[in-house]
Design a protein around this ligand. Structure first.
Ligand code: AHR
Length: 507
């Protein structure tokens, strides 16, 4: 069988943009075992004095998560943040109608902030614009960010948090375009409410940044008109618009599944056009940037979850959305991360949804061990080596057609230059399920280059998984002899079939 060939050139000058580290964010929702039995489990042998699992915290740090969105998700649209602060004995139990569970509120806002400090991540708070509005958003902002000498800042201090939390990044609700959302709204209703809420919040603290809800996914019937109409109302106060997308291989068509991020690319480009259209109509002088604040593969657990939510409601922290990820899911994650980097001139924030147990890179056993799922690795590599300036490849590669996509490049790639460390890293996925790709890499634009390492995630079984009992079934390895230096700055590199690749050069 003949190999595939590709040619790729990177130049220092082909800059996309400086990468915003918030591209390596994640998401913690009060859903299933993400909080309880995930990041927080006071009775766990590794728990610290605040009840945070140290084993989980160290994997979160290994993953290099920069930003964490909280507390939802669908959960936030009927959440009262006041229920989760103050003495635990006074915190109420509440029914969460989004996931049909009982929330005991033993973990809330202040615990979340402490946990973020522990894992060195920046908090990104979502406010409830489903059942609540301006007044409650202002109360929350005062509680979080005001230093002292006001009713709610003093309340925070009385709860033991003397310094303000200084939360910069706020989501104006969650997926309010979705009929499933508590407090679902039309684009105009949402635009008005978010505009007035955001204006009031910025009147209190003008250094905060606000994310307006975009569509829940690009297949929503209201996609595009939702963004245009809501941004027409809230353009003045909006810094970012959100995008959400979940990938599925329910059809068991892996070539098509691996091509799904072409849709992500189209989604991003369309949302940018809408933002620019609104800016033009408004005669505005600011660009609205993008926040891809929910993305992941999500389909493995859906059938079981639907049954569980209808047959066994109101449990506390039940196992929900516990997708066990396959090797091919990791390849799709890699393609998504490359797509984000290729668009980092406008895409500034992205949150892998979610972080622990719930459609997550980290799986735990309540009271027991934990493991890194397959999707852990592309995220870890990109957050570890993808800091600096993203460089656009000039690429020629073979293409294929799948059920829903045409002209799908076999080779998906992007580069990141870390000027300080003088390291250039190439991230690449070979979408071919049966052929190695040999690509000729031209780095002549860099005065010197020498290859440091070639890390891959590869596996003959596309459906292979990692589990707590078999945690290292799919793990990265270092390839040797995969690179031939043809002449000064020109290399032939072998990319295995169906693989995720990290190729690092000293430059
Ligand atoms: O991440 C799971 C859910 O997906 C979130 O709660 C919601 O925002 C989205 O529909």
């Amino acid at each position: 069988m003949e190999n595939l060939r590709a040619r790729v050139t990177f130049e220092r000058e082909f800059k996309i943009a400086e990468i915003d580290n918030r591209l390596y964010g994640s998401f913690v929702e009060h859903l299933g075992r993400c909080v309880y039995g995930g990041i927080y489990e006071p009775s766990h042998p590794t728990a610290d004095a605040e009840g945070f699992r140290n084993d989980v915290a160290s994997l979160v740090e290994e993953l290099g998560v920069s930003t964490v969105r909280y507390p939802g998700g669908n959960f936030v649209s009927n959440y009262k943040w006041e229920d989760g602060v103050g003495p635990r004995s006074l915190r109420p139990e509440r029914l969460d109608i989004a996931w049909r569970t009982t929330e005991d509120n033993s973990f809330g806002l202040n615990e979340f902030i402490s946990w973020c400090r522990k894992v060195k991540a920046e908090p990104m708070l979502a406010i409830n614009l489903g059942t609540r509005g301006i007044s409650e958003a202002l109360d929350l902002l005062e509680y979080c960010n005001h230093p002292s000498a006001s009713r709610l800042s003093d309340l925070r201090i009385s709860h033991g948090y003397t310094s303000p939390h200084k939360i910069k990044l706020w989501c104006l609700g969650n997926e309010l375009d979705g009929p499933w959302q508590t407090g679902h709204k039309t684009a105009y209703e949402y635009g008005r409410l978010s505009a007035e809420t955001g204006r009031a919040m910025k009147a209190m603290y003008d250094d905060i940044e606000l994310v307006s809800c975009g569509s829940s996914n690009m297949r929503m019937p209201t996609f595009a008109s939702w963004e245009a109409e809501s941004l027409m109302e809230n353009y003045d106060i909006t810094d970012y618009v959100s995008l959400h997308q979940y990938y599925s291989n329910e059809q068991e068509d892996t070539s098509d599944f691996l091509a799904i991020t072409l849709e992500t690319e189209r989604f991003i480009k369309t949302v940018i056009s809408i933002c620019d259209y609104v800016k033009a109509v408004k005669r505005g002088n600011k660009d609205i940037q993008l926040s891809f604040d929910e993305w992941n593969v999500w389909f493995h657990s859906k059938a079981v979850d639907n049954k569980k939510m209808s047959m066994e409601p109101w449990d506390k922290a039940p196992s929900l959305l516990e997708d066990i990820y396959t090797f091919e899911d990791a390849l799709v994650s890699g393609c998504a991360l490359i797509t984000f980097l290729k668009n980092c001139d406008r895409l500034k924030i992205a949150c892998l949804a979610q972080l622990v147990n719930v459609i997550a890179p980290i799986m735990t056993e309540t009271g027991g061990g934990l493991c890194r799922q397959t999707i852990f690795y592309p995220f870890m590599h990109v957050s570890m080596f993808g800091r600096g300036t993203a460089l656009l490849p000039v690429i020629s590669t073979n293409k294929y057609d799948s059920k829903n996509f045409s002209d799908v490049p076999y080779l998906e790639t992007v580069g990141v230059l870390n000027e300080q460390e003088r390291i250039f890293t190439i991230f690449a996925v070979n979408r071919s399920l049966d052929k190695e790709t040999v690509f000729t890499l031209n780095l002549k634009g860099f005065s010197e280059s020498s290859m440091l390492e070639h890390i891959t995630l590869e596996c003959d079984d596309l459906k292979a998984t990692n589990t707590i009992s078999n945690p290292d079934n799919v793990t990265p390895r270092n390839r040797v002899n995969s690179c031939e230096n043809l002449s000064e700055g020109v290399y032939d590199i072998k990319i295995p079939k169906a693989s995720w690749n990290v190729i690092r050069f000293k430059v």
